[in-house]
Design a protein around this ligand. Structure first.
Ligand code: SAM
Length: 456
């Protein structure tokens, strides 16, 4: 049963049709959608591409790599899911792709902040969109930053820095980002169909609290946006207080102008305007589109300066000897630089080195670029991050496993493999899953203990 106060509060909002809305919530219909990882699709053997667990799919019209699945497979038992070949994401929220196309356009060498990023749906999309950009993927809650890091590692992109900071901390990076995405914490009514338990947690009081928190978050982070930079604000709430009313506060308090999008009428997305300042927003109702409840709006910052930020933190770099040891294992493309974080060797494109030093000055960095491995005496121990990254690994020893053995590997259980001695990548359908080390009388499984499949 949907909260009656919610229904009452939505009466009169453009596009809201209480009968159709209530009917779709009792229909039991579930929509499953995934977004493919375009960089990993190119690594997967041709015959396995564009299907998930062999099931057919149809494209989501507003996202180049988004697909609806005809049924919900067990993602846990699909090795390609663990290899970061796709992300299971709600279809409406993939509209971010279309917003970027219309507001940022083709130029993808941008510095982008995803402020409320866990578990990583929007960040993985941003990493795929801004192939030449740098994505700072931030999550304030520590435990959630861990799952965000895991998902970003699996996505494999080397242009991502994961941070664990409060929105206010970004004020120290004044006029820094070209794009900021605030996918704000909200009262969650948009997900009622997917998660009926959330209905019991909904209250008018919480909507009010969320609205105040959303305004505070945007105000806190806006100094970090450059002049002409794009702010994208979204929620999965239907409540006007968290959607249109927040847009009004953004226009009132911050110097931004609303961006109007051209939306294909066949998509049934409802364009709305805020009461006071006529800022445009886009509403997704599950009775009108194939997806869950969602709201999104974009703004351009009209004051502020070009990037002025200069402060840098020194990074540590490996010794010549350590580099030689690394190079005996893998040779990186020329435009990548290797640096050290604690004992680990990491790499990032050289063009992002200064940015990384700027970010390191003020933020708590959980992951930057790709962890390559550590040096232990004479040995180089490759990291799991390297195995699932997009760095070129074609020259390394590898074994291909069929599905059942691949799942055994992902459970860290025994499997049969015929591999030469030493380190080897384990692949499924041509896509790396992780490392093994083949010893004379056994195979050591290096799949991360904490990520192994526990279910049988
Ligand atoms: N963008 C994510 C995605 O697409 O997977 C979903 C983000 S979720 C809607 C909102 C996130 O904001 C949560 O991860 C939550 O932990 C975080 N959050 C909660 N309170 C916050 C605050 N005061 N400031 C910033 N983020 C907050």
């Amino acid at each position: 049963m949907l909260p009656s106060q919610l229904i009452k509060s939505l009466e009169g909002i453009k596009g809201f049709d209480s009968k159709a809305f209530e009917a779709v919530h009792v229909s039991g219909e579930q929509v499953t959608s995934i977004r493919l990882n375009p960089a990993k699709q190119s690594l997967i053997e041709r015959e396995h591409r564009l299907t998930v667990d062999g099931r057919p799919s149809t494209q989501i019209p507003w996202c180049d790599h988004g697909y609806y699945l005809s049924e919900r497979p067990s993602f846990t038992f699909d090795p390609l899911f663990h290899a970061g070949a796709y992300y299971v994401q709600e279809a409406s929220s993939m509209f971010l792709w279309e917003v970027l196309k219309q507001t940022v356009g083709q130029s993808t060498q941008k510095t982008v902040l995803d402020l409320c990023a866990a578990p990583g749906g929007k960040s993985t999309l941003l990493a795929s969109y801004f192939t030449d950009g740098l994505i700072v993927s931030n999550e304030v809650i520590k435990s959630r930053a861990a799952i965000l890091t895991e998902n970003m590692i699996k996505w494999g992109a080397d242009n991502v820095v994961v941070t664990n900071n409060d929105p206010k901390d970004f004020q120290r990076l004044e006029n820094y980002f070209d794009v900021i995405v605030v996918d704000a914490p909200c009262s969650g009514s948009g997900l009622f169909r997917k998660d009926p338990n959330a209905i019991n947690e909904w209250s008018e009081e919480n909507v009010k609290l969320c609205s105040l928190r959303q305004q505070r978050i945007v105000a806190d982070v806006l100094p970090a946006l450059k002049q002409n930079g794009i702010l994208i604000y979204s929620t999965c709430s239907y409540s006007k207080q968290e959607d249109e009313d927040v847009l009004d506060r953004i226009v009132e308090e911050l110097q931004v102008s609303s961006c109007r999008l051209q939306v294909n009428p066949d998509w049934n997305i409802v364009e709305v305007e805020s009461d006071k300042h006529q800022a445009q927003g886009y509403r997704f109702y599950p009775d009108k589109i194939k997806g869950e409840g969602f709201f999104i709006a974009a703004f351009k910052k009209i004051n502020g300066d070009e990037e002025t930020y200069q402060q840098e933190q020194n990074l540590f770099f490996p010794s010549k000897q350590e580099l030689v040891q690394l190079q005996s294992f893998i040779s990186l493309p020329e435009n990548y630089i290797v640096f050290k974080q604690n004992d680990a060797l990491r790499t990032i494109k050289e063009i992002w080195l200064t940015s990384l030093k700027n970010l390191a000055k003020h933020l708590y960095i959980k992951k930057a670029g790709v962890e390559l491995g550590i040096i232990k005496g004479k040995d180089f121990i490759p990291s799991h991050e390297l195995a699932v990254s997009l760095l070129p690994l074609e020259n390394l020893a590898a074994i291909e496993l069929q599905k059942e053995d691949a799942l055994q590997y992902l459970k860290r259980k025994d499997f049969v493999a015929d591999a030469p001695k030493g380190w080897a990548l384990v692949k499924h359908c041509g896509l790396p899953l992780g490392w093994i080390k083949v010893l004379p009388n056994r195979i050591n499984n290096y799949y991360p203990q904490e990520w192994r499949i526990l279910k049988d």
